[in-house]
Design a protein around this ligand. Structure first.
Ligand code: 4NP
Length: 182
């Protein structure tokens, strides 16, 4: 026979922002080398999340589709450009993307079409909807790709930062309106 639940027997819900030990929202930024664009995006977005007091709710990471810079810190030029905007990338280290990323992350954000194509091959069935072009979150820029600054002119890193700041704000607005509004 069913007994009425006593107060002590009420099921205890985990905090609303936790889901099976994960943060509510997990975001992965992806480029080719994981030393210029994606660590910059991770650093800028992470700082924005921290300033908004959402760092327990939204977790970030970055990765490269290549294995060229595994374990390396971000490119010195990327670190210097980010620091000029008070964003510290020094703790970040390169790693390569893996199929598991589509289970671990709710948002997998490609910097360019080549990264997007490589990622779509990694995404298992039913997980492809987690993959987006990062600049889709800044439609007002009228751009699709964050250009690779690695071999380019000196101001490439500043332009990349401008795009990344805009898309980071758009992404956070989107997450607030969708994932955090529930
Ligand atoms: P990222 O830039 O994809 O923005 O990290 C690059 C970094 C390194 C190389 C290419 C792009 N590379 O040829 O080593």
């Amino acid at each position: 026979m069913l007994r009425p639940l006593g107060v002590t027997e009420l099921p205890v819900s985990p905090p609303h922002y936790k889901r099976e030990g994960r943060a509510l929202v997990n975001v992965l930024f992806v480029c080719l080398g994981n030393i210029c664009r994606s660590p910059t995006a991770e650093g800028v977005f992470r700082e924005l999340v921290r300033r908004e007091g959402l760092d327990a709710v939204i977790k970030t990471d970055s990765a490269g589709t290549s294995d060229w810079h595994i374990g390396e810190p971000p490119d010195r030029r990327a670190q210097e450009a980010a620091l000029r905007r008070s964003v510290d990338l020094s703790d970040l280290r390169g790693r390569q993307t893996r199929a598991q990323d589509f289970d671990d992350f709710d948002y997998v954000l490609a910097m360019d079409r080549r990264n997007h194509a490589a990622l779509s091959l990694l995404a298992s069935k039913g997980r492809g909807d987690r993959l987006h072009m990062f600049l889709a979150f800044a439609p007002h820029l009228g751009l699709t790709e964050v250009p690779d600054p690695y071999y380019g002119a000196g101001d490439g890193f500043e332009k990349v930062l401008d795009m990344i700041e805009a898309a980071s704000r758009g992404l956070l607005d989107h997450i607030r309106e969708t994932d955090l509004a529930r």
